[in-house]
Design a binder for this molecule. Structure first.
Ligand code: DAH
Length: 332
């Protein structure tokens, strides 16, 4: 009997070590420790043994049971661990799924318009220039031929910064000061565009924002005429909007250009949208920057980028651009 129990223990341990799931384990539990198991049968047989053999047999039965019970516990622990791992595996969050489901963001439509404008002008041979958003009266006005007494100064609705002398430092009211900064630092020929933020005391309404964007253009070279300006604007409109959009000049006045014109483009409904101003750079402006107006001529233009975006996407209200409503922004 003892020999038989040793074999049972070896067999039980081997089968338990191989068990692949908890169900199999339950069956092995019944097979090796249940009522019909070798251990149970041996226990029942003890009574029939001669008295002097009972003790050894009893010890052997208990040792076998203990061995099998221990192996069973180890197998259960192993299998439960496996089940737990599988559960973790199954319930794991696939983060890439969330990432792919999330809609990627996109550039703001004013940024898109600005990028396209840069592309169009770079394609025509211009380079991109920049200037500060806080300016001095010299760059924002004086060098542009708008002295302190000049009535045009009031029309810019300037936002002043409390720094230095009164009305000496301001948020730039147009991108034209970048013309001055460029000419101060660079000899002609000059072909630049300067997009950027501009500020005025305007109250926001359907067609105005107090913080808006302009793009300035400046060309200084030999023998530049109004025809070059017209050709440049025409080419720009065609590239930016397509050939169905028309443009026109209206005579106008700006202190920094002579002659000056206002620049309109046609809307789909046949009306005209005022985009900005342009003209031949005033000789005083060239002289203010150390460029000889006898030898060099130039043209300049400046217009609103936000209005271009409004027109291009047929928005009803320019304020949509700054409301930051994602449902609106998502469409672009
Ligand atoms: N700076 C002008 C404005 O904001 C627009 C402008 C007009 C710019 C004529 C120019 C120009 O360069 O030549 O109203």
């Amino acid at each position: 009997m003892i020999e038989n129990l040793r074999q049972v223990a070896v067999l039980a341990k081997a089968r338990l070590a191989e068990a692949a799931d908890l169900e199999t384990l339950a069956k092995l539990d019944v097979e090796f420790l249940g009522k019909k198991s070798a251990v149970a049968i041996a226990k029942r047989q003890i009574a029939a043994l001669p008295a002097e053999q009972r003790r050894d047999a009893g010890l052997e039965i208990n040792a076998t049971r203990a061995e099998i019970t221990k192996a069973l516990g180890a197998a259960r622990h192993r299998l439960e661990q496996t089940v737990y791992q599988k559960q973790l595996e199954d319930e794991r969050l696939d983060l890439s799924e969330y990432r792919h489901k999330r809609r990627p963001g996109s550039l703001h439509l004013v940024t898109q318009a600005r990028d396209r404008l840069e592309d169009v002008f770079v394609g025509m041979g211009f380079t991109v220039a920049e200037g500060p958003e806080v300016e001095s009266a010299w760059y924002n006005f004086e060098a542009l031929n708008i002295p302190e007494w000049h009535p045009a100064r009031g029309s810019f609705d300037t936002i002043f910064v409390e720094l230095g002398e009164p009305e000496e430092v301001m948020l730039r009211s147009h991108t034209s000061p970048v013309q001055i900064r460029t000419m101060e630092n660079q000899q002609p020929p000059i072909y630049i565009v300067a997009p950027g933020r501009t500020f005025r005391t305007d109250t926001a309404d359907a067609t105005h924002l107090p913080a808006f964007n302009q793009i300035e253009g400046l060309v200084v070279d030999r023998n530049i005429t109004m025809g070059d300006l017209a050709g440049t604007m025409d080419e720009f409109v065609r590239t930016f909007f397509g050939s169905e959009v028309k443009s026109r000049f209206r005579p106008s006045y700006f202190p920094f250009t002579e002659p000056s014109a206002e620049f309109d483009i046609s809307r789909p409904d046949g009306t005209w949208l005022e985009l900005g101003g342009c003209g031949m750079v005033h000789p005083n402006v060239l002289s203010n920057c150390g460029i000889d107006p006898e030898r060099w001529q130039g043209f300049a233009f400046g217009f609103g980028i936000d209005r271009l975006a409004v027109l291009r996407h047929e928005l009803d209200d320019i304020r949509e651009l700054v409301n930051n409503d994602v449902r609106f922004l998502r469409q672009f």
